[in-house]
Design a protein around this ligand. Structure first.
Ligand code: SF4
Length: 484
């Protein structure tokens, strides 16, 4: 039964990936990631003295904070309340949606503006509020485009990254009956004019939060457009929905994260806007909300906290692992089929959404480790992907045939003589099918490899034999093999 889900999820993923591979505009957008965001990340960290130590420090703060998360959340709650704000705990997505809806309905709110937030995508807040008759307008330009297009984000920091400028212009022209060209300035001017009206009319602003500073009760929002500032300062009520793992203990921790997040995400030294919201507007202040609500979302995070995948909670959603991933850079975000995509998506989506419907995701990786190298908090993403694969077997989600193959493989590997014999037979068989050192078609489950490229024939003399020969002849062995 379970493997049926796995096969369906796998087939859907393959179909969506094939479609992505045959979409020229998407391929063009993805091909630019290497020389834009990924290159920006690499050069920004190379230019930053002691960047590795800084990343270690950021990682250590996350690790230590999560070890006492309950304590830090209590400090945060007390600080928010002391500044006149309200704190709500949401066990899951339904809870969080219901809390935000209640806040809106109790105050007669009909119009909401939002700044970009992955966590509200995770809980499908827009859909929930719209079902309740509340108008929601996304105000980040990329989010605005995909809201109008009726799509979901394809990237953690560039939600409309899958669309070209021409496609964005089509979306706006069709919806708003405009004649906009693909010039970014022209589209931005139109969106600015439209969204200004929405800001002026909105009674409630909804945000996520990049960080929550426990000691001061501050929500930190990082953006490059300035829309978060209007979302938090114009409407009379502000609601921030934030995952509980976003808490950091003190204000002095924040500069470390600001430095690594901006560099990892876009290669900038610092993002253009860093907004720090501490409670509602105080006497004498010129703007800001009359009411401030912080919704702290669990939605599976405390379960992950006690699991071997705890480290995934260190993620600061910079998107660097997506930009460098050879799989993401070919298929984009939508093919993954979940809210979160790319390497970190393949780690956390199975933890949030369940192993069955996300069966394909932990397998959508070559485990090359580029994601871990790019990650500003050095999350061991390949290990976590392997952990998810193991969990699929433990939970009997993986197809029975796959389980059998691994069991057989493990049995053979524990018998060296049999292993050597099997390796020789395999090499001989491939050699017999090869032309000029390459096999064009492999049989059975291995056929996927040769569907798009040839397979090199294993050397007739296995490494084991060559190693033994080197030992016998006492030939000095240099890098990469060091003689004992
Ligand atoms: S796992 Fe690391 S690189 Fe990927 S989004 Fe999270 S913090 Fe960024």
């Amino acid at each position: 039964m379970t493997s049926k889900y796995a096969v369906a999820a796998h087939n859907e993923f393959i179909a969506a990936s094939n479609e992505a591979l045959q979409t020229p505009n998407l391929q063009l957008a993805l091909s630019r990631l290497g020389e834009t965001l990924a290159a920006g990340n690499k050069s920004a960290f190379e230019k930053l003295p002691g960047s590795s130590l800084l990343r270690d420090k950021a990682r250590a703060i996350k690790d230590e904070t999560l070890a006492q998360l309950d304590v830090h959340l209590q400090i945060l709650e007390a600080a928010v309340r002391a500044k006149g704000g309200h704190v709500h705990y949401a066990a899951d997505a339904a809870d969080a949606n219901e809390i935000v809806e209640r806040i809106a309905k109790e105050r007669g709110i009909r119009r909401v503006v939002k700044s970009k937030s992955m966590v509200t995508e995770e809980i499908h807040l827009n859909h929930h509020l719209e079902q309740a008759g509340i108008e929601v307008t996304e105000t980040d330009f990329g989010e605005f485009i995909i809201q109008v297009a009726g799509e979901r984000p394809s990237h953690l920091v560039g939600p409309a990254l899958h669309k070209t400028a021409e496609e964005m212009a089509v979306v706006l022209n069709e919806r708003f009956d405009q004649q906009l060209s693909k010039e970014p300035h022209e589209m931005a001017q139109f969106a600015r004019g439209y969204l200004r009206q929405k800001f002026a009319q909105a009674e409630m602003g909804v945000t996520g939060g990049n960080f929550l500073v426990a000691e001061t009760g501050t929500v930190v929002l990082i953006s490059n457009e300035g829309n978060a500032r209007l979302t938090t300062s114009v409407p009379r009520v502000m609601v921030s929905v934030v995952g509980i793992e976003k808490v950091i203990p003190q204000l002095s921790d924040l500069p470390i994260f600001l430095k690594v997040l901006a560099r990892a995400a876009t290669g900038q030294k610092l993002s253009i806007y860093t907004s720090m919201i501490t409670g509602p507007r105080r006497e004498g202040e010129g703007d800001g909300p009359e009411e401030f609500h912080l919704v702290l979302l669990d939605n599976g995070r405390s379960r992950i906290l006690g699991s071997p995948s705890r480290e995934s909670l260190f993620c600061i959603r910079c998107g660097a692992c997506l930009n460098i991933c050879p799989v993401y850079r070919k298929i984009g975000g939508h093919a993954y089929g979940s809210n979160y995509s790319g390497p970190i998506g393949a780690v956390i989506s199975p933890l949030y959404d369940g192993l069955k419907q996300t069966y394909h995701q932990p397998h959508a990786s070559s485990l090359c480790g580029a994601c871990q190298a790019a990650c500003p908090v050095k999350i061991q993403i390949p290990e976590l992907l392997i952990r998810n694969r193991e969990a699929q077997h433990e939970e009997k989600v993986a197809p029975a045939g796959e389980e059998l193959i691994y069991r057989l493989w493990s049995w053979v590997m524990r018998r060296p003589r049999l292993y050597r014999w099997a390796a020789r037979v395999g090499a001989w068989t491939m050699g017999a099918r090869a032309r000029q050192g390459w096999v064009a078609k492999l049989p059975g489950p291995l056929a996927g490899w040769t569907a798009h490229r040839d397979f090199p024939v294993p050397d007739a003399k296995p490494f084991r034999d060559r190693w033994a020969a080197l030992q016998r002849e006492d030939i000095p062995v240099t890098h990469p093999v060091t003689k004992r």
